[in-house]
Design a protein around this ligand. Structure first.
Ligand code: HEM
Length: 564
């Protein structure tokens, strides 16, 4: 996204070098100013702009729980202690619940209809309320049936996959594309299928030769790319938005991407509406919504936004709200799973202890279920520690709707306020010896994964789901997925890294090395080879039988069987 703006770079680089500095304010004494800030020079190169989030937690260690950076005309305030983030993003959430103005990603690419990027306006509140209706604690349990089914598919897929990721050479595709035969694709199919089921009542029943799945990944990957901070100068310098088309290549590109997205999200909605009109028994957020809308006499409702009367979402708004659920729920959850596998391989004693606990509590004859969660405290502690030490999302931007003063710091309207999740998780006051992978800090025989991850601001084991009025809507679905998939993995599958034939050591990325992870809002580890085999013949038999039975269960629900 950098190249279309090259022509403008030279002049703007000089301007930005001037602009990139720690915040200077006139209204209040501003201890946020660090004139000696050594990183200003780095920011001279605009290409490094997008990489800034990876430095937040390091800067927090140096500059404290609240500091600010000025990037172009944007002011970024980074919150790196749980107390400060809770105070501003939760207690004062009335002021801090908007999103930064992303001209290209939100305005051009999403036509202003993408919920996750919306400011705290009427449309956003309508979307959030509607989506809560399917994702809050009670309704989210309804999807557990599908999470159970899809997690059984993962186990069979991993057995079939075996050493493929070790014996074949895989390289990461463009835009972080995952090769479809790599083991990452098995977990990604699961998470994408779960969100497709709950959004549209559709499943992704195959990985290979599945253009629909690839289309979803392509659109999600493009969107992730355009919504990264620093992708477009027009986001940071609003004056550029006035340039004519010939000098504003991002405009054409943004509109083109909007057409591509509507080719997917708009098409899914249209097909769903046709099914619902024909009386198909499809269930999920969108089909259920369309049925309710039709019953209210609004079968046809093209256009953007919501109706004045009743607040019914029009078609494009509905399509993008479902897209937001798909985008927010897919790669986030699979990233948590990849990170768990990486840390467990780096900490074999912790993994062994989790397997021993599993054998004691669950045994060989059946897979674990959610009812076992409270009886698997060591596994739960390992998952919690993984999510603490390397959250799938490192930071989230909110925007300030009205100026505010906090402990003498003046916070102007429009500032971007970043909840530095990774920084908070590395706060030694909260988590002593934060760089040590130590599940003991969460080991508690009485509590399951569901405990303490929010939104209760006083008592949280992690901050990966964000804060306040923008707190992740999919927390319950995500935690249920993470537990069911990882518990079944630990129960039934031995996973291992390839071994260096000369040294006899495992070939494994260092889970604590920053360079091992992709940049971006969601940052999974770069692909790495892992092999999978059943922990015993008995485990293999249970997995195979469960997979065969499952095909009948899919038929009974009217959903397509797995195709391999
Ligand atoms: C491990 C998995 C997940 C993580 C780490 C995660 C994390 C987050 C974070 C950090 C935010 C922004 C919070 C803020 O601005 O303060 C968010 C928002 C959101 N998440 Fe999740 N999420 C996950 C899974 C899911 C799932 C499975 C779904 C849906 C089924 C989902 C739906 C959403 C939605 C719709 C939003 C937008 C909320 C808004 O803008 O108001 N997430 N998530």
């Amino acid at each position: 996204m950098f190249s279309p703006e090259l022509a403008l770079l030279a002049g703007i680089a000089i301007f930005s070098a001037y602009c990139v500095s720690f915040m200077r304010d006139t209204k209040a004494p501003c201890p946020l100013v660090h004139p000696a800030f050594p990183y200003s020079a780095i920011c001279f190169s605009w290409t490094l702009y997008a990489h800034i989030p990876r430095y937040y937690y390091k800067w927090a260690a140096k500059y404290g729980p609240i500091f600010s950076i000025k990037l172009g005309l944007q002011r970024l305030i980074v919150l790196s202690s749980a107390e400060v983030a809770d105070e501003l993003l939760v207690t004062r959430s009335k002021l801090y619940s908007s999103r930064p103005d992303m001209h290209v990603a939100s305005g051009l690419v999403s036509d202003g209809q993408r919920m996750v990027l919306m400011s705290n306006n009427r449309e956003f509140k309508i979307a959030r309320r509607t989506v809560s209706g399917i994702l809050s604690p009670a309704p989210s349990r309804k999807w557990r049936n599908m999470q159970d089914f899809e997690s059984r598919v993962i186990l069979q897929d991993l057995l079939d996959h075996a050493d493929t990721s070790i014996t074949e050479t895989f390289t990461e595709g463009p835009n972080g594309k995952v090769p479809e035969r790599h083991w990452y694709s098995i977990f990604r199919r699961y998470t994408t299928s779960v969100v497709m089921l709950l959004s549209y009542g559709m499943r992704m029943n195959r990985i290979l030769d599945n253009p629909d799945l690839h289309k979803v990944y392509e659109v999600m990957s493009n969107f992730a790319h355009v919504s990264e901070p620093g992708s477009f100068l027009a986001d940071a310098f609003p004056i550029l938005r006035w340039l004519p088309d010939i000098l504003a290549p991002w405009r054409k590109e943004g509109r083109r991407m909007h057409e591509t997205e509507m080719g997917l999200w708009g098409k899914l909605l249209k097909e769903c509406n046709e099914d619902v009109t024909k009386g198909a028994a499809r269930t999920g957020f969108v089909p259920d919504y369309l049925r309710a809308r039709a019953e209210a006499g609004l079968g046809e409702l093209p256009g953007n936004g919501a109706t004045d009367d009743g607040g019914w979402m029009r078609d494009k708004f509905l399509a993008y709200t479902a897209a937001s659920v798909l985008e927010a729920g897919s790669d986030t959850s699979s990233t948590a799973m990849f990170i768990f596998i990486l840390f467990m391989l780096n900490n074999p004693n912790a993994l062994r202890r989790a397997q021993e606990e599993m054998d004691r509590v669950v045994g060989l004859d059946r897979m674990p279920g959610w009812e076992d969660e409270d009886r698997l405290p060591w596994l739960v502690a390992c998952i919690k520690e993984t999510l603490r030490i390397r959250p799938p999302i490192a930071s989230v931007p909110h925007a300030v709707e009205e100026e505010d003063v906090y402990k003498g710091y003046f916070i102007p309207t429009g500032s971007i306020v970043v909840g530095n999740i990774h920084g908070i998780h590395m706060d030694p006051a909260r988590y002593p010896d934060p760089f040590a992978f130590n599940p003991e800090r969460f080991y508690n025989a009485d509590k399951g994964l569901q405990c303490n991850s929010g939104p209760d601001s006083q008592n949280r084991s992690n901050y990966m789901f964000g804060w306040g009025r923008r707190f992740c809507l999919g927390k319950h679905v995500a935690e249920a997925s993470i537990f069911i998939v990882l518990s079944r993995l630990v129960w039934g599958i031995d996973f291992y890294a390839p071994v260096d034939t000369h040294t006899g050591n495992p070939i494994l990325p260092d889970a604590l090395d920053e360079m091992v992870y992709w940049d971006g809002a969601v940052s999974p580890p770069k692909i790495f080879p892992v092999g999978f085999k059943p922990r015993s013949e008995k485990h293999a038999e249970v997995i195979r039988r469960s997979y065969e039975d499952l095909q009948e269960e899919w038929r009974a629900t009217g959903l397509p069987v797995d195709v391999r």
